[in-house]
Design a protein around this ligand. Structure first.
Ligand SMILES: C=CC1=C(C)c2cc3[nH]c(cc4nc(cc5[nH]c(cc1n2)c(C)c5CCC(=O)O)C(CCC(=O)O)=C4C)c(C)c3C=C
Ligand SMILES: [Fe+2]
Length: 427
């Protein structure tokens, strides 16, 4: 199946991403919430991307809706959206498990309604009036510190242990970690901001924003046909992501139902772990490199994302191929070589980033880069081994700086009538 958003065809449209049939419905008039059956039917009728009325046409951009309930939370396997906000909260002094449970219940209610194109449950700001759900997703996670704050330390999985230090880290603690994490994505900036305001208001006295970051991707329909995303270095980024149709996809990305872990961690079955890194790109330095130098850094061509060893974007890297000089065509320190699962004992992750641009820094350089977000069943078998290796000898390191970091346990999708995290907070 192709991605009708024109962002990342590799992150295939998951079953939860349902195409609404109501066209230009207003937020208040959009009667999607009660019509689940009709939506499922329309999702299963495969209209080709780009055809009139399909998810690829502008008319359907606003009407495209992602389901809140499901086996996994939304915003993990769904196509990249054009606009994103990621933010972390700390529980307020004195707030514990009871307040956290009430907050997750409020957030879930808000997410369910906004993702269906309805108004927020309380004091809607009106920011998203006139727009449909626009592929809005809200995703919620728990940081390491959440469990001590709520008396749930015994139920904290070992997978949430702090990430190791990496030698190239330049992390700002104020913009790292946090008790709770929220990811918002939508194909319309006002819909995304509306959700951001609602989530912040719901926090009330229970939690305070610790940090917030804003990101973006290419807008749906901007390219002649759906394409893998580009990042702010101009590279095609996301090509080698695992795909939902891969036989081991679920095993790599989602926590298994009956795992080897202790029973008190079973609340994470069907969940995933998100690693979030704000990675600044040193774009002025990057732009001084010739095209050939830039391509050597990654090991792929800039125009198409094809490996330097030939073929097209989807062709596998020929890591053993030597050039006339006897050296590997894909250099030994090329980013795509070092991060490949074959070089890391099979370690794989689903990368689902947003770009960011926060203006020009005091030194006159752009404060811009990647809100790197990757998903895996276990960070010790995903992000950690790959980043360890990149940290030791990635040609890209010279042009990037990791400025903040977070690791979050993202529980499974809620069942009908359930709120996100209920199995932890009430189990
Ligand atoms: C630890 C994980 C990774 C970090 C951090 C990271 C940062 C980073 N990457 C790019 C650009 C590209 N990455 C590409 C491939 C790629 N990157 C990682 C992991 C991390 N990247 C993986 C696992 C892979 C896939 C490797 C494979 O399976 O072959 C590519 C090539 C195209 C692609 O497959 O997506 C690009 C381009 C930037 C700019 C960046 C930090 C800012
Ligand atoms: Fe990468």
């Amino acid at each position: 199946m192709t991605d009708s958003t024109g962002s990342t065809p590799d992150i295939e449209i998951s079953r939860r991403r349902l195409l609404g049939t109501v066209g230009a419905a207003g937020a208040t008039g959009l009667a999607l919430g009660a019509t689940g059956g009709a939506l499922v039917q329309s999702a299963l009728s495969d209209s080709p991307a780009g055809s009139p009325g399909s998810a690829g046409s502008l008319a359907s951009l606003g009407a495209t809706r992602v389901a809140f309930h499901g086996e996994h939370q939304a915003g993990i396997t769904d196509p990249l959206q054009a606009k994103g906000h990621v933010l972390a909260f700390d529980l307020a002094p004195g707030a514990g498990r009871k307040e956290a449970a009430a907050l997750l219940r409020r957030w879930s209610d808000t997410a369910r309604r906004l993702m269906a194109g309805e108004t927020a449950p309380t004091a809607d700001s009106g920011i998203a009036l006139d727009a449909g759900p626009s592929s809005l997703t809200l995703t919620f996670g728990f940081g390491h510190s959440f469990f001590d704050r709520t008396g749930l330390t015994a139920r904290r999985p070992a997978a949430l242990d702090p990430l190791p230090d990496f030698s190239s880290d330049r992390l700002d603690p104020q913009r790292s970690n946090g008790d709770l994490w929220v990811q918002i994505g939508a194909d319309d900036a006002l819909v995304a901001f509306h959700a951001l305001r609602a989530v912040q208001k719901d926090a009330g006295e229970a939690a305070r924003v610790r940090w917030q970051m804003n990101g973006f991707n290419r807008s749906p329909g901007a390219t002649a046909s759906p394409m893998t995303a580009r990042n702010l270095m101009g590279q095609v980024d996301g090509t080698a992501n695992p795909r939902p149709k891969d036989p081991d996809f679920d095993k790599r990305i989602f926590v298994p139902g009956a795992g080897p872990g202790p029973a008190e961690h079973s609340w994470m079955a069907g969940g995933s772990y998100a690693v979030v890194r704000r990675i600044r790109m040193l774009l002025d330095d990057w732009d001084k490199q010739s095209l050939a130098q830039q391509e050597q850094v990654i090991g792929r061509t800039k125009a198409t994302g094809a490996p330097l060893t030939g073929g097209d974007e989807k062709t596998a890297l020929a890591l053993d191929k030597l050039g006339p000089d006897g050296k590997p065509v894909i250099p030994s320190n090329a980013h795509a070589r070092i991060s490949a699962p074959a070089q890391n004992g099979g370690a794989a992750m689903l990368r689902r980033p947003f770009s960011y641009h926060d203006g020009i820094g005091p030194d006159g350089t752009p404060d811009a880069g990647l809100l790197f977000i990757c998903w895996q069943a276990d960070p010790l078998r995903g992000f950690v081994p790959v980043q360890r290796k990149l940290d030791r000898g990635d040609a890209l390191s010279e042009f990037i700086r990791h400025e903040s970091s977070g690791l979050y346990a993202v529980p499974p999708g809620p069942g009908d009538g359930e709120y996100v995290g209920q199995r932890l907070l009430e189990g």
